[in-house]
Design a protein around this ligand. Structure first.
Ligand code: ATP
Ligand code: MG
Length: 256
């Protein structure tokens, strides 16, 4: 049965989608069967996997409101090498429509039951908000991977996310835990980043992943080609780091 992870941080632009897409590709490089779920109406994970968000028969929106099954919605993304449950702007409407539906936080989890044994890993790219969409992701997950930049306010923002995860753990999903904090867009030449990185390790110990993702322009260029950075330029430092991170995740789940 698949292990399911949310890539979440309510801060915008911290590298969630880049992590979701490249961890998916990094896990494929480790011979894992991967499903990437795009839970963000921006549809960036969809496009970044080479799936055209403008031409979807079904998307995660239809799944959440019960108009399509997961099996009817998941596509194989051939260039990326993994499967995708895509999203586009339709999903913005789900936030309102879900409020009146039964099991509103559990709808993604219930939909995934049908297909989860086809995968080793299911990754969920969350939107930059602690919304009902993110809640559906957290209820479907075994754990949360938190990408973060080592900047001054990074730790402060983390406490809201940690509190939300605690509440979901207590009330909705007793399986949920933080798997780890992933340092991304890291620039070792910046003293402040080194300092924040050290603070993180002091506060969170082995909850900080060993792998560090460097700032690397090839990772930023890849989405405009509809490719994960790991496929676009496998030899680039950023790509290599995500492949290494895939290996670290494979090891991490053995102890779960
Ligand atoms: P949002 O909150 O809007 O969903 P996000 O958290 O998903 O954003 P990304 O879209 O992954 O963040 O990244 C934000 C920007 O930073 C993008 O332009 C992306 O290409 C770039 N980026 C992400 N990681 C790296 C990296 N390691 N090196 C260089 N650029 C990066
Ligand atoms: Mg994103």
């Amino acid at each position: 049965m698949a292990k399911t992870f949310c890539i979440a941080n309510q801060k915008g632009g911290v590298g969630k989608t880049t992590t979701a897409v490249n961890l998916a590709a990094g896990l494929v490089a480790q011979k894992q069967r991967v499903l990437l779920i795009d839970l963000d109406p921006q549809g960036n994970a969809t496009m970044g996997s080479g799936v055209d968000k403008a031409n979807l028969e079904n998307s995660v929106y239809q799944v959440l409101i019960g108009m399509a099954t997961a099996a009817q919605t998941v596509l194989y993304a051939p260039t990326a090498g993994y499967s995708v449950m895509p999203a586009n702007r339709d999903l913005a409407g789900a936030e309102v429509e879900l409020v009146d539906l039964e099991n509103r936080e559990m709808r993604l989890k219930l939909a995934l039951a049908e297909i989860e044994d086809q995968f080793d890993f299911i990754l969920i790219d969350c939107p930059p908000a602690l919304s009902l969409l993110t809640l559906n992701g957290l209820c479907a997950a075994d754990g949360v991977v938190v990408p973060m930049q080592c900047e001054y306010f990074a730790l402060e923002g983390l406490s809201d996310l940690v509190n939300t995860i605690k509440q979901v753990h207590a009330n909705l999903n007793p399986n949920l835990k933080i798997i780890g904090l992933l340092r991304v867009m890291f620039d070792a030449r910046v003293t402040l980043q080194q300092q924040v990185s050290e603070q993180l390790m002091t506060h969170f110990g082995n909850k900080v992943f060993k792998t560090i993702i460097p700032r690397n322009v090839r990772l930023a260029e890849a989405p405009s080609f509809g490719l994960p950075g790991v496929i676009f330029d496998k030899s680039a430092r950023g790509a290599q780091a995500y492949i290494e991170f895939g290996g670290e995740m494979v090891e991490r789940i053995k102890t779960m």
